[in-house]
Design a protein around this ligand. Structure first.
Ligand code: HAM
Length: 456
């Protein structure tokens, strides 16, 4: 057969080691933050019954499904989001579980989208959800996790903002301006796209829905200037709207108390594209407004019931890795890649090779990351390879060392060296102090706090 070459599918990524190190850094930060809030990690299958998404997630996401009939004739889809899987799992198991349920997951998801900056055909998401609690403190809690999951990567108040709204409030506004209930879903879809569509196209879409000029103008002005103050002024004499603003006021007060109020901003245009949201909704964006949403979520109190479970209120979010890693790159917050090796064994002649491998292996057994040359090489080449591998120490064994069961340990950062017994080397590690010399750099790349930013 003639050789064939294959390209990666559009919208999919390879993760070579440097890129995987960044992904792991993001995942470790996400896990650290979610567990700090008392969430348990779960997962589910990447392939689900197609029916789990149809109608529950909304037309947009269904149009992006990777779906097919399997060999058993089942209609299946690669998961495009995690929330329906969570709802399905809990529909089977939530009865008898203590509430609220606090679960998180890091699934890989698949959507056949037009690939563009920040949008691919696969991505990973941090999903954090609280199920079984209807109080607004749960809404504030998940938003706090989202903010901390981004802050944990070194981004701050100048870098990103959470824009929040409440679908119940938007519904009251639509009713107040005279939009018939059967037009609400269409209006939400227009408002959802307003940021990208611009005022002219949005106005035209509202008119196309048959809204009268007054309703269209009011919605247009709220889309252009959807601040809290504007809302309060415009609806000062509409008690139904003022009442629907209360949960958000309470939500904000909780986040203020947590010291996170500076990250939160009311925005009338945030209504979320997915069909199942029922209450407070939010999205995180970079402050500069250059990128797509980093994260989106909100309250969905009816989804569990819709998939056959107990009627449990729920709230959560999904935070994607694609936009977030772009932002980390833009802000030079990508941690330097950690070396894969603590200690390189160097033998002077082939006679010391067996002893060198034996010492190396015993150091590995005690947790030290050890490399050595896999072929016969001169001393100079081996030391060069030790430096290239990023090793902190070279353990050099020549005929004299072999004869006295010792090794010369060179600190490759300072050049200082001394000779030690092999017994002591193996017991204490090449740094002489196991705690500091073994496994140095075995953890994640240094966490990207502002103080640790690399120079650009
Ligand atoms: P979503 O808004 O569809 O919500 O996605 C959440 C986040 O995932 C987005 O803000 C974005 O960062 C990322 N994302 C979505 N699609 C793509 C894509 N094609 N390429 C790269 N990143 C993408 C949900 O998925 C809801 N299930 C979240 C949720 C959990 N709501 C409640 N609980």
């Amino acid at each position: 057969m003639p050789p064939q070459s294959f390209s990666r599918l559009p919208g999919f990524r390879d993760f070579v080691p440097g890129e995987l190190a960044l992904r792991n850094h993001v995942f470790e930060t996400w896990r650290r933050v979610a567990t700090r809030y008392g969430f348990h990690e779960y997962d589910g299958p990447p392939l689900e019954p197609l029916g789990l998404y149809v109608e529950k997630s909304g037309a947009e996401i269904v149009g992006q499904l990777y779906n097919f009939d399997d060999k058993g004739g089942r209609r299946v889809a690669l998961r495009p989001e995690m929330t329906p899987t969570l709802a399905r799992i809990l529909a089977e198991r939530s009865r008898g579980m203590p509430k609220p349920i606090r679960w998180f997951s890091l699934p890989q998801l698949f959507r056949y989208e037009r690939s563009q900056r920040g949008r691919l055909r696969e991505h990973f998401q941090l999903n954090v959800d609280i199920v079984g609690e209807s109080g607004v403190a749960a809404d504030a809690e998940v938003l706090a996790v989202a903010v901390d999951a981004v802050r944990g990567l070194g981004l701050g108040e100048d870098d990103f903002v959470a824009r929040v709204n409440d679908r119940r409030l938007v519904t009251r506004v639509l009713t107040a301006v005279g939009v018939a209930a059967d037009r609400h879903a269409d209006c939400l879809a227009v408002i959802d796209k307003a940021g990208r569509a611009g005022p002219d196209a949005t106005g035209a879409s509202l008119r196309a829905l048959g809204l009268d000029a007054g309703a269209g103008d009011t919605l247009g002005s709220l889309i252009a200037d959807g601040t809290w103050e504007h809302m309060k002024q415009r609806f000062a004499d509409v008690p139904a709207v003022l009442e629907a603003m209360r949960p958000l006021a309470e939500h904000r007060a909780i986040l203020d108390a947590m010291g996170l109020g500076g990250y939160v901003q009311f925005d009338f245009t945030v209504v979320r594209g997915l069909a199942y949201y029922t209450g407070i909704v939010f999205e995180l964006f970079d402050r500069a407004g250059e990128l797509r949403a980093i994260c989106g979520g909100g309250r969905y109190d009816r989804l569990l019931e819709l998939v056959g479970g107990e009627p449990l209120p729920a709230v959560g979010f999904g935070m994607g890795d694609v936009v977030l890693t772009e932002l980390l790159r833009d802000r030079a917050l990508v941690p330097a890649e950690a070396p894969a090796c603590d200690c390189y064994i160097v033998w002077v002649g082939d006679e010391e090779r067996t002893l060198g491998m034996s010492v190396g292996h015993r150091l590995r057994e005690s947790g030290c990351r050890v490399m050595y040359s896999l072929r016969s090489q001169g001393l100079g080449k081996q030391l060069k390879a030790a430096n290239r591998a990023g090793a902190a120490y070279a353990v050099i064994i020549g005929p004299d060392e072999a004869a006295s069961a010792s090794a010369t340990v060179r600190d490759l950062r300072t050049g200082a060296q001394d000779t030690r017994s092999l017994e002591s080397l193996i017991e204490h590690g090449p740094g002489g102090d196991r705690a500091t010399s073994l496994g140095s750099g075995t953890g994640p790349p240094s966490r990207g706090g502002r103080a640790e930013r690399k120079a650009t």
